[in-house]
Design a protein around this ligand. Structure first.
Ligand code: ACO
Length: 323
């Protein structure tokens, strides 16, 4: 019988160190006013020198397991979406598995930059609905600060570090009672690599490199591609966009989010936004925002939630789930 992948719990983690716009203005030629007006960002969290992506991911995973009332060894699949792995290999997921004390099951990373969590959720959902695995940790985790050029004001003001995690469980449709991931839509157009990339890597420069972005070109692509992905998942599920309870977007820019809200005729009070306090945490931003909505009581079991992401590749996508 078909299985549904139900979100049993979510958790998040943010590094303690906070960097405000005012602090950034002492480092590059920018201002709090410019950053707030152009992006909606006020501050972001920055990982300490001894904090790795796997540490952030494991902390978020522990919080998600606690929320689900599960033990780490209930998990038989770990999927980590990250652009900032601890090591070139093994996967950050393998390191997280060991940090959580999990002794069996599968673990791997997914790389789709800021769309990573949508790709990871969609992949894990397929593993669970097929019956191959029973309980998955799906984690978005980044130490994006490590690949920023802190002298480039066009990129360093935008990003932050953090992690968010879902515990997904395969349940029979009767047990799930309508809950679970309903569908997802993933896209990539590799011809647009030059709009947003890191100028280093294992087989090219043998160095890590720094983020390079043609921000205004990415911005111009964003609203249409994201809206089209959202409309696709809503249409495929046979529902009306007006039936959505919550919109949990990737937190890249408040103006992109507002553009999508306007285009799809959503209400601003349906948006879960964390951008002011976290900036763009890449693959971590969607689960971080989702967890914020659960923690403050907005997202409740049974609510219909639409999530979307867009990032380097370009990649983009959306997913619909009943909480
Ligand atoms: N402070 C002050 N001025 C700045 C700053 C800054 N931090 N950054 C750029 N400027 C200047 C530019 O130099 C330019 O000056 P000029 O007119 O003298 O040449 C001016 O501000 C306008 O620059 P634009 O790039 O046109 O500004 P825009 O309104 O497009 O905002 C931004 C820039 C915020 C980057 C926006 O384009 C954006 O959010 N783009 C999308 C980002 C995104 O979605 N990325 C995808 C996800 S990330 C991932 O996948 C890793």
């Amino acid at each position: 019988m078909a299985q549904k992948a139900v979100v049993r719990g979510c958790g998040s983690f943010l590094p303690e160190k906070v960097m405000t716009n005012a602090e950034l203005a002492t480092m590059v030629d920018t201002s709090d006013e410019w950053i707030r007006e152009r992006t909606g960002i006020r501050e972001r969290h920055i990982a300490g020198d001894d904090e790795k992506t796997s540490d952030l991911a494991a902390a978020a995973a522990r919080a998600a397991l606690a929320a689900a009332g599960m033990d780490a060894n209930d998990i038989d699949l770990i999927v980590v979406a990250t652009t900032t792995p601890d090591l070139t290999f093994p996967s950050t997921a393998a390191i997280v598995q060991a940090k959580l004390g999990i002794e069996s099951g599968a673990a791997f990373d997914i790389q789709a930059v800021c769309t990573g969590f949508i790709y990871a959720l969609s992949t894990a959902e397929k593993f669970l609905s097929s019956g191959q695995h029973k309980r998955a940790l799906v984690i978005g985790a980044e130490t994006f600060s490590r690949i920023l050029n802190w002298e480039d004001r066009t990129t360093c003001v935008l990003f932050g570090d953090g992690a968010g995690a879902f515990v997904l469980e395969a349940q029979d449709e009767s047990e799930a009672n309508g809950r679970g991931v309903m569908n997802s839509y993933l896209r990539c157009d590799g011809r647009l690599v030059d709009l947003l990339y890191v100028d280093g890597g294992v087989s090219s420069t043998q160095s890590t490199g720094h983020v390079r972005m043609q921000g205004n070109k990415v911005f111009r692509e964003a609203v249409n591609r994201i809206s089209q992905a959202m409309e696709h998942v809503v249409d495929e599920a046979g529902i009306d966009v007006g039936d959505i309870d919550w919109f949990v977007p990737h937190q890249a820019n408040e103006r992109i989010i507002n553009g999508v809200v306007k285009k799809l005729d959503l209400r601003p009070d349906q948006v879960i936004s964390t951008i002011a306090g976290q900036g763009n945490t890449s693959a971590a931003s969607i689960p971080l925002a989702y967890c914020a909505g659960v923690a403050d009581g907005r997202i409740k079991n049974g609510d219909l939630v639409l999530i979307e992401g867009m990032g380097g590749g370009l990649t983009w996508g959306a997913a619909l789930l009943r909480a």
